[in-house]
Structure formats: C-alpha cells, structure tokens
Ligand binder design. Sequence first.
Ligand code: CMC
Length: 380
Amino acid sequence: INACEYMPGLEGIPAARSKISFVDGKQGILEYRGIPVEEIAKAPSTTFLETAYLLIWGKLPTRVELHEFESDIRYHRRVKYRIRDMMKCFPESGHPMDALQASAAALGLFYSRRALDDPQYIRQAVVRLLAKIPTMVAAFQLIREGNDPIQPNDDLDYSTNFLYMLTERIPDPLAARIFDICLTLHAEHTINASTFSAMVTASTLTDPYAVVASAVGTLAGPLHGGANEEVIAMLEDMGSPENIRPYIDRCLAEKKRIMGFGHRVYKVKDPRASILQGLAEQLFNKIGHDRLYDIAVEMEHVVEEKLGHKGIYANVDFYSGLVYRRLGIPTDLFTPIFAIARVAGWLAHWKEQLAVNRIFRPTQQYIGQHGLPYVPVTER
Ligand code: CMC
C-alpha cells in the first residue's frame, strides 16, 4: 500500500504489530494468543478471567497464577463510596455507557500514581479495572431503579457475582456459565475502533483509567458495541416472522444497515455468532424459550439469501443480545457488558503498546483553501 494513499477508516492499513489476537475474515477464524476461540469456549474449565490473563500476560496461567489473579480481583471488586455517591448524581435517564465512561475515568482520581515502568503498577491497574468495572455497571443499574447498590459477594465467582449484583439474586449456574462464556467471546478482537482508541490514548502515556474511559466512549456507538441493543429493538419491532422479508426489503431499498449483520473483517459468519447461537439454544432449553429467537433464526436465513453474496452474515452482536435478554438483563446494559469483557482486550493492547510505544500521530491530506484574508466580524 502506498503510504500516501488516503484510506477512509484506515481500512487495510496496519497501525500496529500485535501478538494478542488473530482474525481470518475469509475463513471465520479468531484466535486469542494463537488458540482458536472455539477451543477456549468449549473447554469445561475455562473462565473469562483465565482468558483475560491469557490475553494480557500472553500465556495461559498455571493453577497458582490463576488462583492469585482471581483472588486479587475478588479482593478489589468494591468501589469507593464516593464513586457510588457520584453515580447517584447521574440522571436515571442517562445511558449506562455514559455512566460507565464517567465512572471509569473517575477511578483515575483515586489511583492516580502513574508508574508505567513498574510491573506492580501495571498489575494493580489491570486487577482494579477488571474487578471494578462490573461493580460499577451493576451499581448504576440499581441506583437508577432507586435502590442502593449492593456489595460484591466474595463467595461468588466473577460472572455469578456480577449477575448477583445486578439482579440481587444468585443466578442459575448454567446461566452464569453461559454469561461467562459470552464475556470470553467478547474479550478481544484485534484492532477494532475501541481498541484503536485505547491504543491512541495509551500512546500518550496517560493513565490506564483514561485509556479505558476513552475506549468505553468509542464502544458506545451503534456501529460498534451498540449494535446488540439495536438488534433486540429490531426483532421486537418486527414482532413475527412474516414481517421479516418486508422489513429487510425496506432496509435494502432505503439503504439502511441491518443491525447484527456485516463486519469490516469477516466475510463469512462470525465464529462468535455461531458459538453464541449454540449457547442461546442451551439456555432456552434450560430456562425457557424466547419467541424472538425464532424470528432471529429466520431473519438470518433471509439476510444470507439477500446479502450473502456481498459477504454480509451475522456478527457477534446478532445472538448475544438474545442471551442477555433471556437472562433478564435490560437492553441498554448489553453494551456495558460488552465493555466488561472487552476491558481485557483493551488492557492487553495497553500493555503491548507501552512496550514499544511511539505516540500515534498520523498524517492527513489537507483539502481546504490557503491564504484567505481574515475578515473582521463587523464586515462578515
Ligand atoms: N446491512 C445492510 N447492508 C450492509 C450491512 C448491513 N448490516 N453492512 C454492510 N452492508 C453493505 C453496505 O451497504 C455496502 O453495500 P454497497 O457496496 O452496495 O454500498 C457493503 O455492504 C459494504 O459495506 P461497508 O460500509 O464497506 O462495510 P464496513 O466494513 O464499513 O461495515 C459495519 C462494517 C460493521 C460497520 C457494517 O457492516 C454495519 O454497519 N453493520 C451493522 C451494525 C453492526 O451490526 N455492528 C456490529 C459490528 S460487530 C461488533 C463490533 O464491531 O462492535
């Protein structure tokens, strides 16, 4: 590629060299540190925190390392009462992603020592962010319902504890297990928009809380993490299978995007969508069916028929929302849950960026005018 050629969205331009994850969009392969994501997702002993460790430290942890990592995270799950009080001042009508972005940034006020060359500091920041982000997401949910947030329960594992903090009930073990695998599947995905945002912020050597806050803001958009919310809204609007074809025809005629389909990299079905579909079915078999699932499956066939030739297939967001909905999670928490998972990937890239850092400073092609006279305001 000619270095001077302008590529909108930096499409196809390598902006980093990374060992964290690999995607083959033609064959539908996603690997974390060289391990296919399917292998990880189907391993009975796998946990999201094990994947986070793998992504951030580059290898699967030993039993002792994993135990220490999980214990550290369990210990740091609580958030300062001042952060909870700050969240109580947020408007209930505000989007939980905005609440999360503000709260993640606020962590920097409390843990401001910036010692990026100290491995202890790096580890502490990783542990704090992985530990506290779920607590903050759950806290905002309870606060906006008019309740006090509940404290983390030290007897519960990462995902069970999050669902407990969110719903004030200990979840069904299969539901918690499936939720944990959902986190694993969303943990990392090469240099997507929010990860790039994290890397740009990291490259200025600012603190990791600012890195994560900037990535949360980027993830919030409907073309990125926000799509899974819109998938549910779309399926609900459709209401029944006979409305699928007219809906899709209308989208195509009006050149509107069909949410949950298409991907910059995958030109086949996203491997995560296939795994999530299987998990959704397992969940429905255990705790009851969701009628939106039937609409979703039928819709996937119709989109494939109409747009498959363009390489547009279901992406990760198409089935994840159905799983979360069945778990009783409000739709506008789907993207914050994506953030809970993706913080692992952001932190892995933060760490990798620091090791080879050069501040991001791309160039641009100026297409404006030159040498214009300054016209005083009175003469305009
Ligand atoms: N529905 C209908 N047409 C589509 C879609 C879609 N979802 N996605 C792409 N296309 C068409 C697009 O109109 C264009 O057609 P044409 O060549 O005739 O103009 C062609 O496919 C290529 O589109 P593109 O804009 O070059 O593709 P992109 O790589 O910029 O878009 C995308 C990637 C994810 C932004 C896009 O597919 C999209 O908007 N999808 C819907 C939103 C969504 O589900 N986002 C979640 C993405 S996966 C999770 C994540 O990254 O957070």
